[in-house]
Each structure stands twice: as structure tokens, then as C-alpha cells.
Ligand binder design. Structure first.
Ligand code: ADP
Length: 424
């Protein structure tokens, strides 16, 4: 029997007893009224007791009672106990999370809706020079670099900013901002000084070695050409050897030149001016056709008169690299189309060939330094594997992007996409 039914039974029995008693003494209605008042007073007393217990935080054991009231106390007590357990578990998880983020080598800062600092870990104290008193302050008031303020304003997903550490310009930081809730952001700063130093050492090494190789290669090439000219008796072995040596020296010279060009692109600042694209493309196409010593395979379409703010030497080198590749990696006498056109907010140079195409998996790799597809190596097609790396670098210095689409057996399209801010 439920407690409610029991209480109901007690009340019914009391009323029946009152009815029997009224059979002897009369006044049934009075007796009923007294029972009702007693019942209401008891409920009011128990309700007050419950209120007092809840007011005290329901910490102590619940007051002794019986029937339905005992059941109510028991349920509240049980809910409270389960709640307490869940709270303990949650605080343990939060504590563990705080400890693990505090132990992270990267600086982590929790930012509120107005970029105010809500929390930061220990690493942030060292890497970003944050102090306890900075809690609640807006982070742009503490890290005042304009690039950082601009980056923070945009909060672009997947964007990374490289800046010098606020209190130490020998330290380079990579900063990422992750939005994890509406108006809540996580700023993560990673110290990349070590990687930057290694990268600088690599660049310096390549730069130095390329410079050092340049002179001996020029001397070697000079002597080889003289020897080739002096080879009067036309001994097949000597003629062949001299030809091979000459070719390989020339290849090494190209390699060194490309490495130096790449090093310059990485380190030197460009002088920009408005580059007229129409004459530039016409000249590159004429020169490339002349190199082929064949009828012109290049069809040039200038569908936009927009020019580009940039460096003409760099743009010339990037465009001619792509056009020479298109000629090199497509069958003789197949047509190459070069088209300069506008598409929405961009102006694009498309170089399309009808060559053998590039396997899908290789497309992201071909712009890496020294990457040459196996097919090219096997065919011994001349090249250094640095051309597209140079193109990609040059374009990124012009805020432009290199997009490659290709279909095996049908051909490839290399697109240089320039944004509106480069129009002139
Ligand atoms: P290189 O031409 O000196 O080998 P690149 O960096 O210019 O070096 O090109 C890298 C590789 O990309 C080439 O070896 C070739 O496999 C591939 N490639 C480049 N352009 C094309 C093209 N138009 N069609 C097919 N493959 C190409």
C-alpha cells in the first residue's frame, strides 16, 4: 500500500470512529470539524518543518515524520545527495581541465564577448606576459600590435598570425583564435622561435651554398664550352662526354639560380608598382614561342584591362614558368591557352594545356620544392622541381593564389587568382 493510501486510510478510520462516537454522544458535525482542523494544523506544522529544513540547506538529517511526509523528505534527501555527487564529479572534471590546460606549454587565454580576459593558464604569464591583475581587461589594451588587433577583430577560423612576443622581440609567436561558444573565444599562442631559427638557418645555408657554387660552376661551364669547341677529332666518346658534362653543368646552374631566386623571394621585400598585364603577357608568349622554334602553340586572350599592383620581374618569372611548363608537359603542336579575365572580385590568369595531366594525389605536392612527378623523372624531362615553388611564393607575395585543376590524359589548368586589393 502506498503512503498516500495509508494516510487516506487513517483519515477514513478516524472519521468512522468519530461517526461511531457521535452515535453515543451526538454532535457528529462538531466532531468532524475538530478532526478537519486537527488535520489541517498538522499539515501546516509539517509544511513549516519542511520549510525550516530546506532553509537550513537541508544539510542535517531530515526531521522525524511518518506517512507521506516521510516519503517526501526521503525523496528530497535523495535528490540532494545525487546532486551533491554530480557537483563533486563536475568540479573534479573542471579541476582536471584547469590543471591540464595550466600544464600546457602553449599560452591559453579565455576571452569574453568584448575580448576581455576571463582566464589564462600559467604559460600565458610567461609567453604573453599576462598578470593576475589583467583579468577582466581587454586583451587589445595589453597586446597593442596593430597586426594582432586587426587579427583579433576578424577572428577568422583557421587563420594563424605570427607576431613577436609582447615583452621579448626575440621570441616569435603563432597565434590562433578559436570560437567555442557564442561570444566566447580561446586564444592559443604557440612559441615557434626554435622552428623560426631552424628555418632561418636552412635559408642561410641554401643561400650561402648557392652563392658558393655559382663561381665554380661558371668556371667549369666556361672550360667545358672551350673543350667542346676544341674537340676537332670528333672522338665519339669525348664528344658525348663533353656534351653530357655541359648539359649537367647547365642544369646545376639553373638549380642554383632557382634556389637563389627562391631565397630572395623569401627574404627580400618587393617594390610594387602598377604592372601592365597586356604587354607583359604578349611578350612572355612571344618569347616562349620563340624558344619552341615551332609555329606558335600559344593562344592569348586578354579579356580584362585590369592591371596588377606588384613587381613586374617577379610576375614575369611566375607567368613564364607556368607557360613554359604547359609547353613542356603537353604534346608537341597541342594548343596552350593563356587567358586574362575577371571573375567577380578577382582577376585571373588561366593557363590551360592539353597535356598528360597530373594525378589528383600529386596536385598538392607539385608546388613543394624539388617535387617532380615520377613520370617526369622517367622521361628525363629537364627541370629542377623548383619552378612551381617559385610561382607559389611569388603569387603569395602578391596576395594571389595558385589554383590547379587537372584531368589525367586530358590536360591541366593553372590559375593565378589576384584579389581586388591588387587591382590598379
Ligand atoms: P620542373 O618543371 O622543373 O620539374 P616545376 O616545379 O615547374 O618543376 O613542376 C613540378 C612538377 O609538376 C613537374 O615535374 C611536373 O611533374 C608537374 N607539372 C608542372 N606543370 C605541369 C603541367 N602543365 N602539366 C603536367 N604536369 C605538370
Amino acid at each position: 500500500m502506498t503512503f498516500w493510501n495509508k494516510d487516506l486510510l487513517h483519515l477514513t478510520v478516524t472519521i468512522i470512529l468519530a461517526a461511531i462516537a457521535s452515535g453515543f454522544i451526538g454532535h457528529f458535525l462538531y466532531l468532524l470539524l475538530i478532526i478537519c482542523i486537527a488535520f489541517i494544523l498538522r499539515q501546516a506544522f509539517l509544511l513549516n518543518q519542511l520549510e525550516q529544513w530546506l532553509k537550513s540547506g537541508a544539510k542535517s538529517n531530515y526531521p522525524a515524520s511518518n506517512g507521506l511526509w516521510e516519503e517526501i523528505y526521503y525523496h528530497i534527501f535523495r535528490l540532494k545527495k545525487a546532486n551533491k555527487k554530480r557537483k563533486k564529479q563536475l568540479s573534479r572534471i573542471i579541476e582536471q581541465f584547469r590543471k591540464s590546460t595550466a600544464a600546457l606549454p602553449d599560452a591559453v587565454v579565455v576571452l569574453g564577448e568584448n575580448d576581455e580576459i576571463s582566464w589564462f593558464n600559467d604559460a600565458a604569464k610567461q609567453i604573453l606576459s599576462l598578470k593576475k591583475r589583467d583579468l577582466g581587461q581587454r586583451i587589445p589594451n595589453l597586446i597593442r600590435s596593430p597586426a594582432f588587433i586587426d587579427f583579433l577583430g576578424k577572428k577568422e577560423a583557421n587563420a594563424i598570425l605570427s607576431i613577436k612576443a609582447p615583452a621579448n622581440d626575440k621570441v616569435t609567436l603563432q597565434i590562433k583564435i578559436v570560437t567555442y561558444d557564442q561570444g566566447a573565444h580561446l586564444l592559443v599562442a604557440h612559441d615557434v622561435t626554435f622552428l623560426k631559427n631552424i628555418e632561418r638557418m636552412r635559408k642561410d645555408f641554401v643561400d650561402n651554398i648557392s652563392h658558393e657554387l655559382r663561381t665554380p660552376l661558371t668556371v667549369l661551364k666556361g672550360y667545358l664550352e672551350t673543350l667542346e669547341d676544341m674537340d676537332d677529332d670528333h672522338s665519339p666518346l669525348l664528344t658525348h662526354s663533353l656534351h653530357q658534362m655541359n648539359n649537367q653543368t647547365l642544369r646545376m646552374q639553373h638549380l642554383v639560380d632557382d634556389l637563389l631566386l627562391l631565397a630572395n623571394l623569401e627574404t627580400q621585400k618587393t617594390k610594387s608598382h602598377c604592372v601592365e598585364i597586356n604587354p607583359l603577357l604578349k611578350q612572355i608568349c612571344q618569347e616562349s614561342s620563340a624558344l619552341e622554334q615551332l609555329n606558335s602553340r600559344i593562344e592569348l586572350f586578354i579579356d580584362s584591362d585590369i592591371n596588377i599592383l606588384g613587381n613586374d620581374q617577379e610576375l614575369r618569372s611566375a607567368f613564364s614558368n607556368l607557360i613554359v611548363n604547359a609547353l613542356k608537359y603537353s604534346p608537341e603542336e597541342s594548343i596552350i591557352t593563356v587567358q586574362w579575365h575577371q571573375a567577380g572580385q578577382s582577376v585571373i590568369l588561366d593557363i590551360t594545356d592539353l597535356g598528360e595531366g597530373i594525378p589528383e594525389l600529386e596536385i598538392p605536392k607539385i608546388t613543394e620544392r624539388f617535387y617532380r612527378s615520377n613520370a617526369q623523372r622517367e622521361h628525363e624531362q629537364h627541370g629542377t622541381g623548383l619552378g612551381l615553388a617559385i610561382v607559389k611564393h611569388t603569387l603569395s607575395r602578391h596576395d594571389a593564389e595558385l589554383k590547379i585543376t587537372s584531368e589525367l590524359g586530358k590536360g591541366s589548368c593553372f590559375s593565378c587568382v589576384f584579389p581586388r586589393k591588387r587591382f590598379c
